[in-house]
Write a protein that binds this ligand. Structure first.
Ligand code: ADP
Ligand code: MG
Length: 328
């Protein structure tokens, strides 16, 4: 077949062209049967994997650079949630066809973020799928032995914190899908937060020794915080008025704002708990790293979650977050 036919590209050409970043010293990268990386003494490997499916996790017409960025960002977010520093990643690509301009842009988005986080692509898999693109990413990170932030470590009277200004990814989805009516300007302001998540990966390891428990906000603040509460077997109290709100929400109704803050997924920011005496170092290091952090509540002995609305009224029913098999 002539070279101009995109389907003439072999699997190996494709890997060599788009997914073979220069190897970091001391690491065996793409091209051998296994990627190989050293683990420093005193550290443990933190490993996580996430799949993105066309039509479910990203729109087919989304800029492929953003898709590449997001495929890795959602995984880096999991490393951030345990306080691990990224080291390497693997990419499993299932493509319905070879579209070189798509692959070029996708790999650029993926590899730019990988480079910015010292997260070397050390391998993967490339297969042909039926009609949808499916992206599987695995990340490996390093965390000092026994110091990882786990969901189960929250303690009564801990402050509950979040990073970032929340609500925009959910608002973007609701508007884009026609569920909410809003000015085009609102969508324009909110959409980048859905397409280009920026988990606080560089800063998260600084929570070690300060925070007790953490999770990344992927399915909605309430649902994700509930995982910490259930894992730790305590309860919590949070104030919606204290949750930093993304500027794109300003023109929406208070009901929409509340829904976006409490049940909006796709944030890839952190929710963490920390003892009161660690407030100052947390605020200091976050300010230096230019990460937004805010205290939104407290861990309680009583095992339920109490959420207060913008007026300080206790919510009687809690919104649910996203569940792939039980869609709300
Ligand atoms: P094997 O058959 O030994 O599993 P493959 O032929 O599938 O190896 O892949 C060849 C090399 O390319 C391996 O190092 C593999 O990890 C890497 N690789 C394959 N697909 C990708 C991809 N999408 N991204 C990064 N590396 C990849
Ligand atoms: Mg092999």
């Amino acid at each position: 077949m002539p070279k101009s036919d995109p389907n003439s590209v072999s699997e190996f050409d494709l890997i060599a062209r788009y997914f073979s970043p220069p190897a970091t010293q001391g690491i065996v990268g793409v091209g051998d049967d296994c990627g190989i990386l050293p683990v420093r003494p005193g550290f443990q490997l933190a490993v996580s994997t996430d799949t993105l499916i066309e039509g479910r996790h990203f729109f087919s017409d989304t800029d492929p650079t953003a898709i590449g960025h997001k495929a890795l960002a959602v995984n880096l977010s999991d490393l951030a949630a345990v306080g691990a520093q990224p080291r390497a990643c693997l990419l499993s690509l299932s493509l319905p066809q070879v579209d070189e301009s798509w692959l070029q842009a996708f790999s650029q988005g993926f590899l730019n973020l990988a480079k910015a986080n010292d997260c070397q692509l050390i391998g993967g898999d490339t297969t042909r799928s039926y009609d949808k693109t499916i992206l599987g990413v695995t990340v490996l990170g390093e965390v000092p032995v026994s110091q990882a932030l786990l969901r189960s470590r929250a303690q009564p009277d801990d402050d509950i914190w979040v990073t970032g200004a929340l609500g925009a990814p959910y608002a973007a989805l609701q508007i884009r899908q026609g569920v909410w009516n809003a000015d085009a300007a609102v969508l324009e302001q909110a959409m980048p937060r859905l397409l280009w998540p920026q988990p606080p990966v560089h800063w998260a390891p600084q929570l070690l020794g300060h925070a007790h428990a953490a999770i990344d906000i992927s399915d909605g603040l309430i649902q994700d915080l509930q995982h910490i509460l259930q894992g730790s077997q305590f309860g919590g109290r949070i104030n919606a008025a204290d949750i930093p709100q993304h500027g794109a929400l300003a023109q929406l109704s208070p009901e929409q704002q509340l829904e976006a803050l409490l049940s909006g997924g796709d944030e890839f920011e952190l929710c963490f708990t920390a003892p009161v005496e660690h407030r100052a170092p947390i605020l200091d290091s976050a300010a230096k790293a230019e990460v937004i952090v805010k205290r939104i509540g407290t861990i309680t002995l009583a095992p339920e979650l109490q959420v207060y609305d913008f007026e300080g009224q206790l919510l009687r029913t809690l919104p649910t977050g996203y569940d792939h098999f039980n869609r709300s």
